[in-house]
Design a protein around this ligand. Sequence first.
Ligand code: ITT
Ligand code: NA
Length: 178
Amino acid sequence: FDLFFVSSNNHKYVEAKSILETFGIKLGFLKSELEEIQSNSLDEIAMRKAKDAFSKFKKPVIIEDDGLFINSLSGFPGPYSSYVFKTIGNDGILNLLKNNRKAKFVSIITYCDKTNFQSFTAKLDGMISKFQKGKGWGYDPIFIPKNSQKTFAEINEKNKLSHRYKALKKFSNWYLHK
Ligand code: ITT
Ligand code: NA
């Protein structure tokens, strides 16, 4: 492989691999727990993860940092999405919400090699469902993308519209022309 995805999360890799395949890019996997600083900036977390990944493996890498931002909770869990999922989980999130259920998913893809260091950001607006619906990983059973009635866990075309897809599309445009 010319390009590796560094992450502790298999689900993120599986999706990134299949998305990049549609742009003709083959993606290897280096499964690794990266240094994740506590910060309220997704950009800052992503930059640190990318530097950490490149210094560990010395190969062209991408990392991804995501956050689920819920409007009525002032953007919580945002940069703490991974920790919050492991602690209170989807039921915990559902218990915090009332009428305003607007939310967005944000993805930052950061590329790092010897000479390049570049980030690509995308967001996807949506809503938090009233109940968990469908079988999926992470927040998939509670996130309904805009213009849909179904959660990410219930739809087949997640990889054609997700925050991950949108960020990887921007990355691909740059990567294929650099
Ligand atoms: P890394 O090792 O790559 O950091 P991670 O799982 O900790 O893996 P993040 O720091 O980006 O990844 O955490 C974002 C969390 O948000 C992640 O753990 C999931 O719970 C959730 N998440 C991100 N993208 C998602 C998606 O497409 N569907 C459902 N949940 C998602
Ligand atoms: Na993480």
